[in-house]
Design a protein around this ligand. Structure first.
Ligand code: GH3
Ligand code: MG
Ligand code: MG
Length: 367
């Protein structure tokens, strides 16, 4: 691309004397360049904007808009790429050269023009332009790679929704925002019921297909650009619903639950029906003092949903929740309890991470 640009470049010759234009045009074309011309500053600016040339060979002294002004306007137009400007001037004082360079010229050549010198200066300016373009291209590629990395670091590879780390970051900022503006924030934890059986009966790939479809359902039911939907663990998902009070979050979850129940999941070689359980918690609530407490409350509610029969929505601190706790106590909520059927419910890792688990403080459910 380099040598190509330097020999086949399109050069705009700007001069108010037709003879000069013709002389330059003949020379430049004999060197292999493509040329265009403009007879005054206004015309030059129009041509530059309509189709930016690779270089401008610019006469300084022209009526109306002179070369200095053309240079200033071209260089201050941020929509234009880098276009080297070589000023050609009959004035040979230091002040003129300084003014031209300050106006934005990249180089200058004095009249009468020595053609070998012009040829050398053209080549050198076009080389700089090529290097500049290569730099821009590399920067563009770097930005693109960074964007891809950012996406990958925030996204769950299987389902394409937020991963847990990103979800937790979102939760932090949503919670802070909710508190600052005194707006409600709800958190829904949901988990496919008896999902292990899908893997056991139909294989892991079938399980993956079900997970993907489940994530799609959640994503479709959530509000675009408002709610966050992410994969919290294996077959456990979390939704963050800003500006949503607990009641509304329960209604929402009930709608999703019905949608899952009515859906037939497909995988390579078969179809299957599944249900899911939901735990819902919301801020403000006297027992939810932090975002960790909010997640824990939703997860406790999910736990009760599993314990009381699955395929249901349980609201933290609601009647069903409190009745279950009254009967069974709340100790079980903190640990990894053995289920009556011998299965072990996966507890969120946050429990086991002291930094998250020991947020402690008052007003939380667990002792
Ligand atoms: P429960 O109703 O109590 O939630 O029962 P369950 O079988 O859904 O729960 P359990 O936690 O016992 O099993 C979860 C299973 O999810 C076990 C694990 O192999 C499977 N799993 C976790 N991540 C993936 C995944 O990415 N793909 C597949 N196919 N399976 C997964
Ligand atoms: Mg499950
Ligand atoms: Mg599980």
């Amino acid at each position: 691309m380099g040598d190509e640009l330097e020999t086949s470049a399109r050069i705009l010759i700007v001069d108010d004397h037709e003879d000069n234009v013709e002389l330059l045009r003949a020379r430049l074309e004999s060197w292999g360049y493509t040329t265009e011309s403009a007879m005054d500053g206004g015309q030059a600016l129009e041509k530059v904007e309509a189709s930016p040339p690779d270089l401008i060979l610019l006469d300084v002294m022209m009526p109306h808009i002179d070369g200095m002004e053309v240079a200033r306007r071209v260089k201050s137009n941020t929509n234009l790429p880098f276009i080297p400007i070589i000023m050609q001037t009959a004035l040979d004082t230091t002040e003129d050269k300084v003014e031209g360079l300050e106006a934005g010229a990249d180089d200058y050549i004095t009249k009468p023009i020595e053609f070998p010198e012009l040829k050398a200066r053209l080549k050198s300016m076009l080389r700089i332009k090529r290097l500049q373009e290569e730099l821009e291209e590399r920067e563009r590629q770097l930005l693109e790679a960074n964007e891809r990395l950012r996406y990958m670091s925030q996204t769950d590879g299987l389902t394409g929704i937020d991963n847990r780390r990103h979800l937790e970051q979102q939760l932090d900022s949503m919670f802070a925002h909710a508190k600052r503006l005194n707006e409600p924030l709800s958190c829904v934890m949901c988990d496919l019921d008896r999902f292990k059986a899908v893997n056991d009966s139909y294989g892991h790939q079938a399980g993956d297909a079900v997970l993907k479809q489940f994530a799609r359902i959640l994503k479709n039911e959530a509000r675009e650009k408002v709610d966050r939907v992410g994969r919290y663990g294996g077959e456990e998902f979390m939704l963050l619903l800003p500006g949503t009070v607990l009641d509304a979050a329960v209604t929402f979850s009930e709608r999703v639950r019905k949608e899952v129940e009515s859906r037939t999941f497909t995988f390579d070689g078969g179809t299957i029906k599944r249900t899911a359980s939901f735990g819902v918690a919301g801020w403000p609530h006297p027992r939810v003092a932090s975002c960790d407490a909010l997640v824990r409350a939703a997860d406790d509610a999910l736990y009760v949903a599993k314990e009381t029969g699955r395929n249901r929505v349980i609201r933290f601190d609601g009647d069903a929740f409190n009745a279950h706790i009254a009967e069974h106590g709340s100790e079980q909520l903190g640990e990894k309890p053995k289920r009556p059927d011998g299965g072990e419910r996966e507890r969120p890792v946050s429990r086991e991470q002291p930094s998250l688990a020991d947020s402690g403080g008052t007003g939380e459910l667990r002792p």
